[in-house]
Design a protein around this ligand. Structure first.
Ligand SMILES: [Zn+2]
Length: 354
C-alpha cells in the first residue's frame, strides 16, 4: 500500500449524528418524548461507528479453532522472495505468477489468470497479472479474499538505495502466503460457501516520494482498479470481501480502519469478534483509525462489494505504518509466524462461520 485519505468519514458520521440530534431538540414539546426515543435509537445506531472499544467480545466462544499452518505460510513467503522483488515488468513477476497458478491448481482451485497492461504514474505501460483462485464456483453465496502480491519498485522510505525495489516480505508476500495456505486448507475441508481468492498486481507502483514533481492521480492499486471495472467473471459479486495487507510482521496491530468501517462495519466487527474468540485480540485491536486508500477502497466503490482491510497500523511512527514500510527492512527477518497464525486462523474461522 497505500495512501492516507483526505476525508475522514468517521468524523463525518459523528457530525451527522450531532446535527440530527440538535435539530430534533428544536421540535415542539409534545413531540419531545417520541423524538427522544428516536434520538436514543439513533445514538445507539451511531455509537458503534464512533466508539473506540465497540466490539463485544464477552460472548461465549462459538468459533471452532481452524487448522492453519504458519510454518507452511512462512515457507510460501520464502518461496516468493526466492524469485527476487516481484516488480511488474520483470522476470520475477512472470515466474512468481506461474508459481501461484501451479500452487492454486495443485490445491484444487479453478484458476483464472487475468493478464493485461496498465499505465503507471510515469506513463510507462507494464504487465499486470491478477490471479483468481475459486472454490465452489456454482455456489451463489460468495466471500472474496484478496491481497496484492507485487513488490514496490522503490524503497522511498529508506535512508539508502531508495531507487532499488524492496523484497516486500510483509508488504506483498505475507498476504499471498496466508491465502495460499488457506487454499491448501480449503482443499482438505471444503466450505459451504463459494470462495474467490484474488491476488492483485501493480498495487505498489505509485510515484516515489523523492521525485520532485508529484503527479495527481490514482496511481496505486492499478490491478485492483482494473479488476473492479473488468471482473474475471461478468457481473461478479460477493457478499463481503477481506483484504490482507502487511499481515506478517512481528507485533502487528490490525485496527478498525475507516473505509472498512464506512462500508462494512458489521462484518468488520464480526471478524474482530472471531479473532478475539480465538485469543488474538492483542493483534486485532479495537481502535478506529483514519481512512486509507488501499485496494479495498476500489473494491468498495467500483465493484460495490463491502470489503474490509486487515492492515498493520501503528501509533509509533509519523506515517501510521510500521517502520519497515517501503524500506529494505521489509525482508524475511520482519516476519513472525505468530502473526501469520493469528491472521490465518481468523480468516479461516470467518469462512467456516460465514
Ligand atoms: Zn506498499
Amino acid at each position: 500500500m497505500v495512501q492516507r485519505m483526505r476525508l475522514d468519514s468517521s468524523a463525518k458520521i459523528k457530525s451527522q449524528c450531532l446535527t440530527l440530534s440538535a435539530s430534533h431538540m428544536e421540535c415542539k414539546p409534545k413531540l419531545i418524548v417520541i423524538l427522544m426515543f428516536f434520538i436514543m435509537l439513533f445514538v445507539v445506531a451511531c455509537k458503534p461507528k464512533t466508539n473506540e472499544s465497540n466490539v463485544d467480545t464477552s460472548v461465549a466462544s462459538t468459533i471452532q479453532k481452524p487448522t492453519f499452518s504458519s510454518d507452511s505460510a512462512f515457507h510460501f513467503i520464502a518461496q516468493q522472495l526466492s524469485f527476487g522483488s516481484r516488480v511488474p515488468g520483470t522476470a520475477a513477476q512472470q515466474q512468481c505468477a506461474a508459481y501461484f497458478e501451479n500452487k492454486f491448481k495443485s490445491y484444487g482451485a479453478s484458476v483464472v489468470m487475468q493478464r493485461t497492461n496498465v499505465v503507471v504514474y510515469s506513463g510507462k505501460s507494464v504487465p499486470c497479472i491478477n490471479i483468481v483462485a475459486s472454490y465452489n464456483t456454482d455456489v451463489k453465496r460468495r466471500l472474496l479474499l484478496c491481497t496484492h502480491w507485487d513488490s514496490r519498485p522503490f524503497a522511498d522510505r529508506d535512508d539508502s538505495a531508495v531507487a532499488k525495489p524492496i523484497l516486500a516480505a510483509d508488504d506483498g508476500a505475507s498476504g499471498a502466503a496466508i491465502l495460499l495456505e488457506i487454499a491448501r486448507q480449503l482443499q482438505q475441508k471444503n466450505p459451504q460457501i463459494g470462495i474467490d481468492i484474488l491476488l492483485l498486481d501493480v498495487e505498489d507502483y505509485g510515484q516515489p516520494e523523492y521525485e520532485l514533481n508529484q503527479k495527481q492521480g490514482d496511481f496505486y492499486c492499478l490491478g485492483t482498479q482494473y479488476w473492479s471495472k473488468n471482473p474475471h467473471v461478468p457481473n461478479y459479486t460477493a457478499e463481503n470481501g477481506i483484504l490482507l495487507d502487511m499481515v506478517g510482521a512481528k507485533g502487528a496491530t490490525f485496527t478498525l480502519e475507516g473505509v472498512s468501517m464506512q462500508y462494512a462495519p458489521a462484518f468488520m466487527k464480526q471478524v474482530w469478534r472471531n479473532a478475539a474468540q480465538l485469543g488474538y485480540s492483542n493483534y486485532f485491536v479495537n481502535n478506529l483509525t483514519d481512512q486509507i486508500i488501499d485496494d479495498h477502497y476500489y473494491i468498495n466503490t467500483l465493484a460495490n462489494i463491502p470489503t474490509i482491510d486487515i492492515i498493520n497500523r501503528t501509533y509509533t511512527t509519523k506515517t501510521g505504518f510500521a517502520s519497515h514500510w517501503h524500506t529494505h527492512q521489509d525482508n524475511i527477518n520482519i516476519i513472525d509466524k505468530q502473526t501469520l497464525q493469528a491472521v490465518g486462523e481468523t480468516v479461516l474461522a470467518t469462512i467456516f462461520d460465514f
